[in-house]
Design a protein around this ligand. Structure first.
Ligand SMILES: Nc1nc2c(ncn2[C@@H]2O[C@H](COP(=O)(O)OP(=O)(O)OP(=O)(O)O)[C@@H](O)[C@H]2O)c(=O)[nH]1
Ligand SMILES: [Mg+2]
Length: 583
């Protein structure tokens, strides 16, 4: 705080006859600085401005009066005496500057303690320093020469306290000062402070502040953070104003809503940027013209125009269709489609079964409703299959075959196709025939009696199996011998996995049976694992292949031992064999 005082009474003051700039202040940290200063200036007024100006000489004599040389730098010290007369003393800067460590912060602190008001300068400067400080720049400058120590402390403090609230607080202090004293006084105070001995530090700080401001201004301009800094005319304000501006911008990014115009601009910018970048190639979904797997059953998939178009496409393209494409190009007949739908063949949801009135908690719920485990056999609609299923013979060689007393129905097919499972599900006697998910479990021809009128034969599978090659060959030879030579064999159910269709082993067996005139009927198994449309396609495909086969019995059957779909139909077909066979 600055007070202009005129000394009138004392001789020294008369001689000097000049306006004295007195710096009044208080130790840092005081909040009532203004009030205190006012009271002090009123004390001065009450004493009719009887101010004794004592110019201290280096020998400490207070009586000597020195003419104030304009060249000399002076600062003023006011001492409150308690009797209403404050003493204002002028202190030569030369004297102070002669003190050791006069430029150090510690020294300033000491002086602020010892000399009271002068501490205010130090405190104010520090505050201004804080306000204008940029952590990064302070850190850089901290490396410079003799300011290193000071800057290290300052940097750490600034870094700790750096933040918007801190800057706001600094701004308040700064503005408060400006309001209180006005710009002229402020400049005077700055001049006075510069004149003080040992206050090169302040100059340094101010210079540095200006330098920071200029640097920051350039930095902001270069980085395009904002134009606010460029409006600042006072360089000393620049760092503070810029910092505040930057701080506001930064905080705006995180919390404050960005104005719509700016948002739009940002969007435009983004869009132009994205134009420059190479565009991502769009994911192209190639649609197989022959693939109608996604079509529902009730779609007009047997549309002749559509199939004609596909045929033309195939002919024109001259490319042979893959087996998969050929399969997907199959148009099932309406009778097959309706059979599939009526028997709920194919992959279905439980909800579909429940809607149709089946109890999904039961095993093979589609076989018959409502079957309980205890009275399953009594409820089988075909009397032949109500009989108990009994194992009575196993053969690994043809010589071990039992005598053909009963008409036989054999179940042949590749390994793991579900032969043994089908036997169980047909008789609803789970566990009589052993099953496994490991291909090759059944390694011999197993004979089962179903009552006194029918015999069911479980054949070993062919194709892939967990067995030695020679063993597998032996099975295949045995099966071939059985189907071609067995007397009493009335029907071979050739099981084909719906998903995979017929394989070379199947065709080989068919050829054998054709030659031996053994009646065989194709049974598609595991229909629950494929979509209904694919069940129909597979049935259609196999029927087409077997059209020319004489020993093949129509119709082709479709079953699922798991859901029980198609089992009742197969039972009915097979029971007819026993009925019409004369033993
Ligand atoms: N999802 C489903 N799985 C089935 C069906 N039928 C059989 N399986 C399973 O297929 C696997 C093979 O069944 P098996 O009855 O042992 O097949 P297999 O033809 O007798 O096999 P081999 O005796 O090795 O020739 C087992 O894990 C059965 O649970 C069916 O209709 N649907
Ligand atoms: Mg088996």
């Amino acid at each position: 705080m600055l007070v202009k005082m005129s000394s009138t009474n004392s001789n020294a003051a008369d001689k000097v006859r000049r306006k004295v700039k007195v710096v009044l202040g208080k130790s840092k940290g005081s909040t009532d600085g203004v009030r205190t200063l006012e009271s002090k200036s009123s004390n001065v007024d009450k004493a009719h401005k009887k101010v004794r100006v004592a110019i201290k000489k280096s020998n400490g004599s207070s009586d000597d009066v020195r003419t104030l040389e304009p060249k000399e730098k002076w600062s003023t010290k006011v001492q409150s005496r308690g009797d209403g007369n404050d003493a204002v003393s002028y202190v030569s800067a030369n004297e102070k500057s002669s003190k050791p460590h006069s430029r150090g912060r510690r020294d300033l602190k000491t002086r602020s303690r010892n000399e009271g008001f002068e501490g205010r300068f130090e405190g104010n400067n520090r505050k201004r320093k804080r306000i204008s400080a940029d952590p990064g720049m302070v850190r850089d400058q901290a490396l410079e020469g003799h300011m290193e120590k000071l800057d290290k402390k300052s940097t750490s403090k600034v870094q700790k306290n750096f933040g918007r609230s801190y800057l706001d607080k600094g701004k308040k202090v700064f503005e408060g000062k400006a309001r209180e004293f006005g710009d002229s006084r402020k400049n005077t105070s700055l001049r006075a402070s510069r004149n003080r001995s040992g206050n090169d530090l302040l100059d340094k700080k101010n210079w540095r502040g200006r330098k920071d401001g200029a640097y920051k201004l350039n930095h902001v301009k270069e980085n395009g953070i904002g134009n606010g800094a460029s409006k600042t005319s006072d360089n000393r304000k620049a760092p503070w104003a810029t910092k505040r501006h930057v701080n506001q911008r930064n905080s705006a990014v995180g919390s404050v809503e960005i104005p719509r115009r700016k948002k739009d601009q940002a969007k435009k910018q983004l869009s132009t940027d994205s134009e420059d970048k190479p565009k991502k190639s769009k994911r192209v979904i190639r649609i197989d013209p022959h693939d109608i797997s996604n079509k529902r059953l009730d779609d007009d998939i047997s549309n002749s125009g559509n199939s004609q178009m596909k045929k033309d496409l195939e002919e024109n393209s001259g490319v042979e269709m893959s087996k998969n494409a050929q399969f997907r190009a199959i148009r099932p007949s309406s009778s097959i489609l309706s059979f599939v739908e009526d028997n709920l063949l194919g992959r279905r949801r439980d909800i579909d079964f429940r809607r149709a009135g089946y109890n999904t908690e039961l095993s093979a719920p589609l076989d018959n409703i409502p079957f309980s485990t205890s009275s399953e056999r009594e409820r089988v609609e075909v009397p032949a299959f109500r009989n108990k299923l009994e194992f009575f013979a196993a053969a690994k060689v043809s010589s071990s075959f039992p005598s053909p007393d009963l008409p036989e129905i054999a179940f042949a097919g590749r390994s793991n196709v579900g032969k043994s499972s089908l036997l169980n599900s047909l008789t609803r006697q789970w566990g009589v025939v052993r099953t496994s998910d490991k291909p090759g479990l059944t390694q011999s021809i197993n004979f089962f009696k179903l009552g006194s009128k029918l015999s069911l034969v479980d054949l070993p599978g062919y194709g892939f199996a967990y067995a030695k090659e020679e063993v597998k060959e032996a099975w295949e030879e045995l099966v071939k011998e059985y189907v071609t030579t067995r007397v009493g064999l009335k029907r071979v159910c050739l099981l084909v996995d719906t998903k995979w269709g017929m394989k070379p082993g199947d065709h080989e067996l068919i050829d054998l049976m054709e030659r031996s005139e053994t009646k065989y009927q194709i049974v598609l198994t595991k229909t629950d694992l494929v979509f209904p449309i694919d069940v129909a396609r597979r049935a259609m495909q196999i029927e087409e292949n077997l059209k020319a086969k004489k020993s093949a019995v129509q119709p082709l059957m479709m079953v699922s031992s798991k859901t029980g779909a198609g089992i009742r139909s197969l039972r009915t077909v097979l029971s007819n064999i026993g009925r019409f066979v004369r033993l």
